[in-house]
Design a protein around this ligand. Structure first.
Ligand code: FE2
Length: 206
């Protein structure tokens, strides 16, 4: 997609809707339900993600920040999965929604069993464009995610209930039960410019 062929408007509208939402409530169940509605609308079309937020890395999956709320009540991230790339087993320590935009993604959830060991929680899932999944400490927060394709890039749009690049969270080593602290960070110093509305306003000039 060329720089000229996308419109940032759907992302700006999503950010505006999310900002209104976090102003209205901090109740997780409502935030998840309403975010799902907004995210479904955002990923229903694949014509708005700037090119620089779609670039894979040969070795590592990429996390491009699309927007962080100034009060860190939510963040929006473009996850770009190169062929065959996958996460370690990890958690989020906040609520989060994953919306599939391009390609496909596999997910496997884990939880602690009665013996205190990490065990598979349900079947592996396959997300296709338009699909949404939810994570949170209250409903299941530990998973492994991977690109379902070994020969092409996949992209998912993630929304979290915090600035996810500043959240202390964990990776899990299933074989040993070891839990390590980590902070995920972002893959670029740039964020999309949501705010150049000049052509729209100019068109309304007399
Ligand atoms: Fe995750």
């Amino acid at each position: 997609m060329t720089q000229d062929s996308y419109s940032i408007i759907p992302l700006r509208e999503f950010v505006t809707s999310m900002t209104k939402l976090v102003e209205q409530t901090n109740e997780e169940s409502i935030l998840i339900k309403e975010t799902a509605t907004h995210l479904l609308k955002l990923i229903s079309k694949d014509n708005w993600l700037p090119d620089f937020c779609t670039i894979p890395h040969p070795e590592f999956y990429q996390q491009y920040l699309l927007h962080a709320d100034p009060l860190e009540r939510f963040s929006v991230v473009s996850f770009v999965w190169g062929p065959g790339q996958k996460t370690p087993m990890h958690d989020h320590c906040t609520w989060g929604l994953i919306g599939m935009l391009r390609g496909a993604e596999k997910g496997q959830r884990f939880k602690y069993n009665a013996a205190g060991k990490l065990a598979i929680d349900g079947p592996e899932t396959m997300m296709k464009p338009g699909d949404i999944e939810t994570v949170s400490p209250s409903i299941g927060d530990i998973h492994i995610v991977s690109n379902a394709f070994s020969d092409k890039t996949s992209i998912s749009i993630h929304v979290y209930g915090a600035n996810i690049g500043a959240v202390k969270r964990h990776v899990y080593i299933q074989e040993t039960g070891e839990v390590k602290n980590f902070v995920s960070g972002y893959s670029s110093t740039q964020v999309p410019n949501l705010w150049d509305r000049s052509s729209e306003v100019r068109s309304q000039l007399n």
